[in-house]
Design a binder for this molecule. Structure first.
Ligand code: NAP
Length: 181
């Protein structure tokens, strides 16, 4: 099975969403998210982005240059712009890991929301987590789960700026966690 890589932006209380949308509007943070989830060094392959149906609904459209996977237990049809609908995270990762998709897909990023992040960070398939820590308070109704920080440690990555970012007066920093071996 391919490994899975959750990627999320969280505010001070680990909030990720409100009323079905992001609580903030930080275009440069979105640029980072798009760069990380699109980058692949394997020619001819694309990364997959796996998300819940509500997260999909929060987007203006498909995430171009990536294989868009939506998790739903109820969708009867594949929405326009979605490449694959799967009924569970395990089913999605299995399909992405088996032929014919295995040869087309490089990394598998997990875009949330809440329950899918929880299942992901607790999965033995998760070795890396990208978190953007937004150092501000926002009213949220959806949260990133607690994860076992004894199992993961912060690492530096040459593709990830380590200095504090600032946009529209809001400070944030990019973090990368890896599972301890
Ligand atoms: N800050 C961030 O980085 C970030 C990232 C992602 C999302 N968000 C925010 O988070 C909110 C959405 O997240 P959410 O937690 O409310 O919803 P969600 O996880 O995106 O979507 C929930 C829906 O996904 C399907 N689903 C969830 N887990 C599943 C599983 N294991 N197997 C099959 N289907 C599954 C179900 O769809 P059906 O009802 O169709 O069965 C469920 O109702 C929005 O506010 C969004 O903006 C923020």
């Amino acid at each position: 099975m391919k490994t899975i890589i959750p990627i999320a932006a969280v505010c001070n209380d680990m909030g990720i969403g409100v009323n079905g949308m992001l609580p903030w509007d930080l275009p440069k943070e979105s640029d980072y998210y798009n760069r990380i989830t699109s980058d692949t060094k394997k020619g001819g392959k694309q990364n997959a982005v796996v998300m819940g149906r509500k997260t999909w609904n929060s987007l203006p459209g498909r995430l171009d240059g990536r294989y868009n996977v939506v998790l739903s237990r109820h969708l009867k049809e594949r929405p326009t712009g979605v490449d694959l609908v799967a009924t569970s995270l395990v089913d999605a990762v299995k399909q992405l890991s088996d032929p014919p998709l295995a040869d087309k897909v490089d990394k598998v990023f997990i875009l949330g929301g809440s329950g899918i992040y929880k299942e992901s960070v607790e999965s033995p398939l998760c070795f890396r987590i990208y978190l953007t820590r937004i150092m501000a308070d926002y009213e949220c109704d959806t949260f990133f789960p607690e994860f076992n920080t004894n199992l993961f440690h912060l690492v530096s990555d040459p593709d990830v700026p380590c200095e504090i970012q600032e946009e529209k007066g809001i400070q944030y920093k990019f973090e990368v966690y890896e599972k301890k071996v």
